[in-house]
Design a protein around this ligand. Structure first.
Ligand code: CA
Length: 676
């Protein structure tokens, strides 16, 4: 995620004008030193902000420097005056408390803090609102025990032993279901993923049945917590946003529910979505964005404990490693606890199976290790991965950042491999640049780095790596392989931009070769929704607020590109059937993967030997030809089964081969396998 929303631009501009108007000397400089925040008492209780029990309704707000704090109660979610104001009393641990003897189900509330200088700040739903009304401005008091779908107590995601057994499908709720051809009733909603037997006009499966047919193990849903940009009071306007502008971290986004004004509805519908995916054997990964907030001084963090949750520059301004106007401070105890407790909450209350951390390197290593360790206690199948980079510089020292290069210091965390991504398809930021799969020589060694999941291998020369110069992963479980995601051009658009003279059939071959490299590499494969039917975004690389006409997946493509879909489906089936592609240690990879010497550019040839990871196949031979010239390979004599050749693939075999010379056609993968 690297973009700045218009709203954030406005805020940035407003702060700038403000500082000019008051002059630097009029501003109180914020001293961003640990000593300042270390002296703040922290509070780790699980009762923060709201608890309803038999003795009544209890409010608990962490705000150590506040002069006063109030709870303001409302009857409705917006546009109505308060019905009651409750003064809170300061207790230990920097928290303020007030209780009433009634169970206030159905009411709404905000907090109002008077800061250390005596200023009464704007109202806020707090940082722990678990249910909210329209646009999330007022928190809601609901009975969570009544939000569970039938069978929820026994609901479970798929059991996977290692993250490398996962096949991850990244999707946005609107992209996936909003197109008229989806055949889905609840377009753009959580409920879209609960509808069985939906079909395109041509009769191809869509929605949930499409995911089952494709064979992915997990869907990764783009931000689904309550974000800021889409106006939930005007849903007919069909606004679109990716959602990387967090507002309430612990409540679902209202525009994905059928009624944002009903706080229970969004909770119920998101849980139904999870249940329905789980019933289909598919896990749910949530994209989480704790690294920054949509607003600065008006964020819920700033309105409850001004200053504390963010990093600052020496002049007191917000530091901005997110490129979105601010960055949070995970190294501070209360912020770290917030992140850890928030993901725990989603895992426990919503049965979420995995988390993808946006700009993870803004967080410190210790926080990420705590996240992974705490989640494993809830469910050993939960996995965590993230972007091992920042979008700008940070006051957090590089050695403490959860960077890709530091992944070996993180237990149970994986990072996206930009190495394989850029080597296979060409650099992400240069649309016209080609990569290995599109005929550009010089990327062979980086493709090999991708194949071995950035682990140490005696035949891989890291000094020739494009993006990384050393084997930064200590195990393949630390690597997510991909060639496209919501960011940047889709693979379809990238191929169109970088091979303009090629026809569509040729570009589809290149996409198959690119994904064959990804799905047979060690590590965990990840794909962008719709790529399996060759979806595009009309060349728009940053579609974060583009209309549905750019972002929606047109499901008629499933029929017109049925050959592409079949290839992807078989490729996924191949990976799932063969543990050799899913090794779990660097030693196994070094022992079992043997690269061949080749005398032609744009060729990578290797074997996975020794019935790797318990595979029935003694040896798998993979040859990737990214060039426009056929490659003549010499294969040892044996009883080989042809698994992939000339743009076709079948896990059950396309034919037999007894060894000798074989032609690997341009822009294609050859895969052979033998049992002995
Ligand atoms: Ca929202």
């Amino acid at each position: 995620m690297i973009f700045v929303t218009d709203m954030q631009k406005i805020f940035t501009a407003a702060s700038f004008v403000l500082s000019l108007a008051f002059g630097a000397s009029a501003l109180t400089p914020t001293i961003d030193m640990d000593s300042r925040y270390l002296s703040w008492p922290t509070y780790s209780g699980s009762d923060l902000e709201l608890v309803v029990d038999e003795s009544g309704t209890h409010f608990t707000l962490w705000s150590p420097e506040a002069k006063a704090a109030q709870v303001i109660l409302y009857d409705t979610d917006r546009n109505t005056p308060p019905v009651k104001v409750l003064d809170m009393t300061k207790g230990s641990g920097g928290v303020w408390r007030v209780s009433v003897p009634e169970q206030l189900y159905g009411k709404f509330y905000t907090f109002c803090v008077t800061d250390a200088s005596g200023n009464r700040l704007a109202e806020t739903p707090g940082v722990w609102a678990k249910a909210v009304g329209t646009n999330g401005h007022r928190a809601a008091i609901i009975d969570f025990t009544k939000t569970n779908p039938d069978g929820w107590d026994n609901d479970k995601g798929p059991a996977i032993e290692n993250i490398t057994d996962a096949v991850i499908y990244e999707m946005h709720h609107r992209d996936f279901s909003v197109h008229p051809t989806s055949g889905i009733a609840h377009k753009g909603k959580f409920l879209a993923l609960t509808e069985p037997m939906t079909k395109s006009p041509e009769g191809a499966k869509t929605g949930l049945d499409h995911l089952k047919e494709l064979g992915v193990t997990h869907v990764h849903i783009l931000p689904s917590y309550d974000y800021n940009s889409v106006d939930e009071s005007n849903l007919p306007a069909n606004q679109y946003n990716w959602g990387y502008d967090p507002y309430n971290y612990n409540a679902p986004e209202g525009s994905y529910s059928t009624d944002p004004s009903n706080p229970s509805r969004r909770v119920e519908e998101m849980k139904k979505m999870v249940k329905s995916l789980h019933d289909a054997g598919i896990g749910v990964v949530m994209d989480v964005v704790y690294n920054h907030t949509a607003n600065n001084d008006d964020s819920n963090f700033s309105l409850t404990a001004p200053g504390y949750y963010y990093r600052h520059r020496a002049d007191g301004s917000y530091s901005d490693a997110s490129g979105c106007g601010n960055e949070t401070a995970s190294e501070r105890r209360q912020m770290r606890d917030f992140i850890v407790n928030s993901v725990k909450y989603w895992a426990e209350e919503y049965h979420i199976d995995g988390f993808r951390f946006d700009l993870m390197a803004i967080h410190d290593i210790e926080t990420m290790n705590e996240v992974a360790a705490e989640l494993k206690k809830i469910n050993p199948n939960i996995f965590v991965y993230g972007e091992g980079w920042t979008a700008g510089d940070s006051p957090l020292p590089a050695e403490n950042r959860a960077l890709k290069e530091n992944v070996a210091k993180m237990d149970g965390i994986a990072v996206f491999s930009d190495d394989i991504r850029d080597a296979v398809k060409g650099h992400y930021s240069n649309a016209k640049e080609r990569g290995f799969a599109t005929g550009k020589p010089g990327n062979e060694e980086t493709v090999k780095i991708g194949i071995v999941a950035s682990t140490a291998h005696p035949q891989v020369d890291y000094t020739k790596g494009n993006n990384s110069k050393f084997p930064y992963a200590s195990a393949p479980t630390q690597i997510i392989n991909y060639v496209s995601c919501h960011d940047d051009l889709t693979l379809t658009d990238k191929l169109a931009a970088s091979m303009p003279e090629a026809d569509e059939a040729q570009r589809k071959r290149a996409a198959r070769l690119a994904q064959t490299i990804v799905f047979t590499s060690q590590g965990t494969p990840f794909m962008f929704a719709g790529e399996e039917i060759f979806r595009d975004k009309k060349g728009v690389h940053n579609s974060y607020k583009s209309p549905d006409s750019i972002n929606a997946i047109d499901w008629t493509l499933k029929t017109s590109n049925s050959d592409q879909f079949d290839y992807y489906r078989n490729l996924i089936a191949l990976r799932k059937a063969h543990p050799a592609f899913r090794m779990t240690s660097a030693d196994e990879i070094a022992e079992n993967i043997v690269f061949d010497k080749v005398d032609q550019p744009n060729i990578v040839s290797y074997s996975i030997k020794n019935n790797a990871n318990g595979d029935v196949w003694k040896e798998i031979k993979l040859i990737f030809n990214g060039s426009e010239k056929a490659y003549l390979a010499k294969i040892a004599k044996g009883n080989w089964t042809v698994i992939a050749r000339d743009g076709k693939i079948s896990p059950d075999g396309l034919g037999e081969f007894k060894g000798g010379t074989i032609e690997v056609e341009p822009t294609s993968a050859l895969i052979l396998a033998r049992l002995k």
